[in-house]
Write a protein that binds this ligand. Structure first.
Ligand code: CDP
Length: 246
């Protein structure tokens, strides 16, 4: 029987299957204020990964017994559209989506000043329109921008990116094929001005020196995303026309 031979993911001269260098992220597009019906919104594209985030609130918390007397509660839903992955995904919330919603919510809780809005709720929706790896970090990057777009007080924006280990090399922003066939995948998110890591997960194995290299590479990518977030906000508010002055 013929065995299926899988192609190499990294060439002799250190290029990846899509032509990127090891420390190169995919083409990124970040926009703020892209949806009219929500209080704040953002769109992110990282290569073939495409995600919208929308924020509603602060508004009165429902059901009432969930309200916190001294702060707002943050509700977060990370969801993949049925058509976002190869082969249709069941439209409901899977265990993975429930877990990612929690991980992203916890990351956002470290940047939102929840004490400003006692007894309130802020709802965040992350809709993955097309998935090609790195959706939790891209979703978080978009959600933090959507919160800022909604005018919700935050201590800092946060941005995230994954780093991976592929054929023994540390790579920035793995694609789905690299993620699936690689040895390790490590999503990282930071609030750069606060100097905080707000999300860090590791699937697979790395040595401690590879881990340090990966974290530094993630930091570099996050710096780029953070600048793009700030630019997107600047662009949105530079063109903002107050109601009645249109
Ligand atoms: O998206 P992220 O890398 O944060 O999470 P993951 O669980 O490591 O998933 C990696 C990729 O696998 C996703 O981005 C999708 O491209 C793909 N995936 C899929 O095809 N079908 C699913 N039900 C879940 C993930």
């Amino acid at each position: 029987m013929l065995e299926k031979v899988e192609h190499r993911l990294i060439t002799e001269d250190g290029r990846r299957i899509d032509g990127r260098a090891l420390d190169e992220m995919r083409p990124v597009r970040i926009e703020a204020g892209v949806l009219d019906r929500s209080d704040g919104s953002a769109y992110i594209e990282m290569g073939k990964t495409k995600i919208y985030a929308a924020v509603y609130g602060p508004k009165e918390a429902h059901p009432r017994h969930l309200a916190q007397p001294h702060k707002a509660i943050l509700n977060c839903r990370y969801h993949m559209a049925a058509f976002s992955v190869e082969g249709r995904k069941a439209p409901g919330m899977t265990r993975r989506e429930i877990e990612l919603s929690k991980v992203i919510r916890e990351a956002l809780e470290s940047i939102v000043i929840l004490e400003e809005f006692p007894r309130s709720a802020i709802d965040i929706f992350i809709e993955v329109i097309q998935a090609d790896a790195g959706t939790r970090t891209a979703g978080l990057t978009a959600a933090s921008l959507a919160l800022a777009d909604a005018g919700i007080p935050i201590l800092d924006l946060c941005a995230g990116i994954a780093v991976g280990k592929v054929e023994g090399r540390i790579v920035l922003d793995p694609s789905e094929e690299e993620d699936k066939r690689g040895e390790a995948d490590m999503p990282v998110a930071m609030a750069p001005r606060l100097g905080s890591i707000v999300l860090l997960q590791l699937n697979g194995r790395m040595t401690s020196s590879e881990f340090t290299e990966a974290l530094n590479l993630a930091k570099k990518g996050i710096g780029v995303l953070y600048e793009l977030q700030r630019k997107a906000l600047g662009k949105k508010f530079a063109t903002f026309t107050p109601a009645g002055e249109e």
